[in-house]
Design a protein around this ligand. Structure first.
Ligand SMILES: *Cc1c(COP(=O)(O)O)cnc(C)c1O
Length: 386
């Protein structure tokens, strides 16, 4: 067919030769996906991962990342979302309808709590909050209309470690599904499916990416029927991720375990140093006895993340602990974690948690990949400003 210049620039004759192979996966950018012929288009199904239908429903790049994440978590199916919070929302919209009830731990990631409030205020769903240490006692909270129990291990500010096997057993005895936000352990230090959960959620924004430069989330299951329910919400809500972002996460995965172990070791060194300081009353790190659920952590986890909190003695005012934070040089003041840079954040935990007993400012640390001796020297210097 004869083509003008304008058309031929859009329909070029050259295609690169087949047979190229390399370790990094190819990055496929696509909205439109081309079908071989009309019959292929008609036989295609949006959720069939053996074929392609539309860029939003998957490309070789996103299918490859999903498969790697499912394998890492010990599951069989994975769906990507444009953020960790979007993955959480996908679970709720897939599994809950008007008249249903969802249980969330008091220490749940705060935007997940916000989502629960929205469901309760505008969607006719009840969202109830439970003591993260409730364990088998969750049975007493389950109602006939309870459809979903969220868990987070540990809660990402106050760090209580839940008894997941006990919660899962009670939930499954009543046909209730359990979703786990497993971001803190990156799926490395805690095996969600071994604990009995039905859905593992990950904020890939954290350790999987490791670069503080991408937002993404994932849901992993090992039940095809449950994955189908989630996939329907994924499709209906238009949960697409960028190919370049998927590449960044894939680039982070091979080094994740080594980075995680480095974060873990350094965080325990810094936390142990803080534990010995007179300014600090509690170290809320699951590997330390101060942390509620520490025995459960010892039983169920093989390691720890780089994120933990401390409580300052009540004799220090918030203005003083704010000055401490502002005096730190190696710790950035910012949300999120899992990247190379150490971060710090104060929380008004007494305002966030109706059930909170302790006084004193709660300060959360994310220990990055700097030398822990330098981090300790920085903290020591900043403590002197108290
Ligand atoms: C960061 C985080 C999320 C949400 O991830 P985003 O990608 O930032 O939306 C959810 N749960 C936990 C525990 C997190 O730390």
């Amino acid at each position: 067919m004869k083509k003008t210049l304008q058309t031929s620039i859009i329909h070029p004759a050259y295609t690169a030769p087949d047979g190229f192979d390399a370790y990094p996966p190819a990055i496929h950018h696509a909205s439109t996906v081309l079908f071989k012929d009309v019959a292929a288009m008609r036989s295609g199904e949006w959720k069939n991962k053996n074929a392609y239908n539309y860029g939003l429903h998957g490309t070789p790049t996103t299918f490859t990342l999903e498969a790697r994440l499912a394998e890492l978590e010990g599951g069989t199916h994975c769906l990507l979302a444009p953020s960790g919070l979007a993955a959480i929302a996908m679970v709720d919209f897939a599994l809950l309808k008007t008249g249903d009830d969802v249980l969330l731990p008091e220490n749940v990631y705060n935007p997940n709590r916000e989502l629960g409030k929205w469901l309760a205020n505008d969607f006719g769903i009840t969202a109830r909050y439970y003591d993260p240490l409730v364990g088998a006692g969750i049975a007493g909270l389950i109602q006939p209309n309870t459809k979903l129990i969220w868990t987070e291990a540990p809660g990402s500010v106050s760090m209580e470690v839940p008894d997941l096997p006990a919660i899962c057993e009670a939930a499954h005895a009543r046909g209730v599904l359990v979703a786990l936000d497993n971001t803190w352990s990156a799926g490395l230090a805690l095996r969600g499916f071994d604990m009995g959960v039905d859905i593992v959620m990950q904020a890939l924004t954290k350790y999987q990416s490791g670069g503080s430069d991408v937002l993404m989330g994932a849901l992993v299951t090992r039940d095809a029927a449950l994955n189908d329910r989630l996939a329907l919400a994924h499709m209906r809500l238009g949960m697409g991720v960028s190919a370049d972002d998927a590449f960044l996460v894939m680039r982070g995965l091979p080094s994740m375990k080594l980075r995680f172990e480095a974060h873990d070791a350094s965080a325990r060194t810094v936390a142990a140093w803080l534990k010995a300081r007179p300014e600090i009353t509690k170290v809320l790190h699951p590997a330390f006895e101060d942390c509620p659920g520490h025995e459960t952590w010892k039983r169920d986890f093989t390691g720890a993340g780089g994120l933990f909190s401390v409580l300052f003695d009540v004799r220090y005012s918030e203005a003083q602990t704010d000055r401490f934070i502002d005096s730190l040089e190696l710790f950035g003041l910012g949300y999120s974690w899992g990247g190379a840079n150490s971060l710090v954040m104060p929380y008004r935990i007494q305002h966030m948690r109706r059930d909170w007993q302790d006084g004193g400012t709660l300060v959360r640390f994310n220990i990055g990949l700097e030398d822990s001796a330098d981090l300790i020297a920085d903290i020591e210097r900043a403590l002197a400003t108290l």
